[in-house]
Design a protein around this ligand. Structure first.
Ligand code: CAO
Length: 444
């Protein structure tokens, strides 16, 4: 007869309402005793909750982002028959507490402590192996220091060790950039496909003792830079970037913008060229849907998005963030200008939520308020293109046999050459410039 049991959150010390940051099993999964079921995170530590029984998960009672406390039911399990014959170990045996910060945690003791949460593993004490470039298809060696510092739960660490993956090199896609099992699998896939750079590994940059040459000061990177850096790097090394430059004559658009500014102000919005650019990009994405796609992870399928969510880069004290204007196709210029203002303000106050920065189809990086003439923006992967906008200036343009002063806006479109051909990029950028010139479909 089926022997079903409730699996409950064991003693997790003094913590209440702890975040579930990863659920590693699904209903119907067969699990062994000690298989990690979920990862919990307090503000001090992360811990896995292992299954106290072997059997089949009949129903799951928690999902990622839930909050749980001791005694809450995690899952109902149907115990495997041979295991059911044995007496299960007592649940909730008090032994460990999530008490120290992740850095201070001790490695998991090697004893049978069924049902107790497993805390984050401390870096193994080992002499660092000299770094050498791995051969194509080979995984780079584990750097114990960065492995120890990586933001991952104990079961992910164990999994990474089994596969020989250096967690310090894996980008986390979980909450607060935590590395998940899927991230480790994706990393291995990429490395085996030679996607980790030239032949699977990047040549390293020499370490220099700068203090030998003069006074120096060390400052940690900002939190945002620590997160955005690996993303920008991943895009740069994985996507073949090409940048197409063009100019848009925005003389007429600037007159219209100035005329509309008071109306925008009456709605509490500041009307800058960026609102026009967002509308023009939506029109171009509709005309050239390849630019509103993403390459599936199989590398062989394009996923076309039927919605138009446009990200825009905001320069904040902590670094670059990219909030997203959702359904930009359904908003008019003034609504877009108002949302630009609200999201930029939130970004600068560090108040953007993860939701504010998700779901983008295409991004714009505008350096127009600062200056410059053309640059090569890095694509916000897995998007396939990004528009860089520089500062407009009045230039002499030869028209009808004479030079006339026109306001010219420099545009720079970087695109993923695996998905987009140069001719399409030139057409897209031209369409964009002409839309800004004619303002077709931009004004209300
Ligand atoms: N040409 C000329 N003037 C421009 C312009 C352009 N392309 N773009 C903006 N301006 C003007 C605006 O019209 C405004 O002037 P007025 O007040 O006279 O109208 C002034 O520059 C300031 O604009 P703004 O910065 O307040 O507003 P915005 O909509 O242009 O930009 C935002 C908002 C959030 C994109 C911008 O503030 C920002 O952070 N830009 C930096 C983005 C960045 O760092 N990109 C690099 C990413 S890669 O590292």
């Amino acid at each position: 007869m089926a022997n079903t049991k409730e699996i409950k959150v064991p003693d997790i010390g003094d913590f209440e309402s702890v975040d579930v940051i990863e659920v590693m099993v699904s209903e119907g999964d067969k699990v062994e005793k000690e298989t990690a079921l979920i990862t919990l995170e307090t503000d001090k530590a992360a811990m896995d909750v292992p299954s106290p029984y072997a059997g089949t998960i009949k129903s799951l009672k928690v999902s990622t982002d839930d909050k749980v406390s001791q005694g809450d039911v995690i899952a109902i399990i149907e115990e495997a028959e041979e295991a059911a014959a044995e007496a299960p170990e007592e649940e909730g045996k008090e032994e460990q507490k999530a008490e120290k910060s992740a850095e201070e945690e001790k490695p998991e003791p090697k004893k049978e402590d069924t049902g107790q949460p497993k805390q984050q593993e401390a870096p193994a004490k080992q002499k660092p192996a000299p770094r050498r470039a791995p051969s194509p298809g080979e995984l780079p060696p584990i750097d114990e220091k960065t492995f120890g510092q990586a933001h991952a739960g104990p079961s992910v660490r164990k999994f990474a060790r089994e596969l020989g993956v250096d967690l310090g090199r894996v980008e986390g896609s979980g909450r607060k950039n935590r590395i998940t099992h899927e991230d480790v699998k994706d990393f291995v896939k990429r490395m085996l496909q030679g996607g980790g750079g030239a032949g699977g590994a990047l040549p390293s940059i020499p370490t220099v003792d700068f203090a030998r040459f003069g006074e120096v000061e060390r400052k940690p990177l900002s939190r945002i830079k620590k997160i955005s850096g690996p993303r920008v790097h991943a895009s740069w090394v994985n996507l073949p970037h090409v940048t197409q430059h063009d100019d848009a004559d925005i003389t007429a658009m600037e007159s219209v913008r100035k005329a509309l500014k008071p109306e925008a102000e009456a709605h509490g919005a500041k009307l800058t060229p960026l609102a026009f650019l967002i509308k023009a990009c939506v029109a171009a994405l509709k005309e050239y849907p390849d630019f509103n796609s993403s390459l599936d992870s199989d590398g062989e399928t394009l996923i076309y998005k039927k919605y138009f969510h446009i990200g825009f880069a905001v320069d904040t004290d902590g670094g670059l963030v990219v909030p997203v204007i959702r359904n930009a196709d359904q908003k008019n210029l003034i609504e877009i200008a108002a949302e630009l203002g609200e999201l930029s303000d939130k970004a600068r106050k560090g108040k953007l939520t993860a939701n504010d920065m998700q779901g983008g189809c295409f991004s714009i990086s505008s350096l127009g308020s600062i200056g410059g003439t053309y640059f090569t923006p890095i694509i916000n992967a897995p998007e396939v293109a990004i528009l860089g906008v520089s500062r407009s200036s009045v230039k002499p343009v030869f028209q009808d046999g004479q030079f006339v002063p026109r306001t010219i806006l420099p545009l720079s479109l970087s695109y993923d050459h695996r998905v987009i051909d140069g001719a399409s990029a030139a057409r897209f950028t031209r369409f964009l410039a002409e839309t800004l010139e004619t303002m077709k479909g931009l004004i209300f």
